[in-house]
Design a binder for this molecule. Structure first.
Ligand SMILES: Cc1cc2nc3c(=O)[nH]c(=O)nc-3n(C[C@H](O)[C@H](O)[C@H](O)COP(=O)(O)O)c2cc1C
Length: 167
């Protein structure tokens, strides 16, 4: 099964998670950073995972337009949708619902908030100011959720067996 993981990252966290998923999902997994390259032809992939990060409540515009432009193709695939963010619980779920179109969320085999990290070394002055002010944090911190990443990958790997209910 050929898999594409297409993502956007601002400070590298989503990329780290995309690479982790690549390792977990095994062979034939292609990564595409939408900020650096154009998405490949989707017809050659059976499974597509889309991921982006939340900044001031929003996912990257490139992720939004990718989903809009390829909505019909994405609905034909085994689809996974994830976000990286520092909020947790209901707030994180709200970010996830706002990040992707409802029909894609309903179609997806797996959807998840996979945690995030504040990386002060990579933030510019304004970003540091916002994080200090809003999150009241003044140092790098990680909430990357390894367990959720593994669960997401397992769900993407699960094979649908219509006779399973008989077992
Ligand atoms: C300026 C700024 C604004 C952010 N806004 C939010 C936010 O509104 N909600 C949230 O949950 N996380 C927010 N975050 C946390 C990011 O989602 C987190 O740092 C994420 O891991 C970034 O992933 P990336 O490095 O792939 O871009 C913000 C981070 C920065 C630097």
């Amino acid at each position: 099964m050929k898999t594409l993981i297409t993502y956007c990252t601002t400070h590298g966290c989503t990329e780290t998670i995309a690479r982790e998923l690549q390792q977990l999902l095994g062979q034939d997994v292609v990564l595409c950073n939408l900020k650096k390259e154009k998405a490949p032809d989707l017809s050659s992939f059976d499974r597509i995972i889309v991921g982006g990060s939340i900044h001031a409540g929003q996912i990257q515009k490139r992720i939004k337009s990718f989903c809009k432009q390829h909505a019909a193709d994405l609905k034909e695939k085994e689809l996974g949708l994830f976000i990286c963010c520092m909020d947790e619980g209901e707030e994180a779920q709200t970010h996830l619902s706002n990040a992707y179109p409802e029909d894609l969320l309903n179609h997806a085999k797996a959807t998840a908030c996979l945690g995030g990290e504040f990386n002060f070394e990579k933030m510019n002055f304004l970003e540091k100011f916002i994080v200090r002010k809003v999150a009241k944090i003044d140092h790098s911190a990680s909430k990357m959720d390894k367990q959720a990443i593994r669960k997401f990958s397992n769900r993407m790997d699960r094979i649908f067996n219509p006779f399973l209910f008989l077992a």
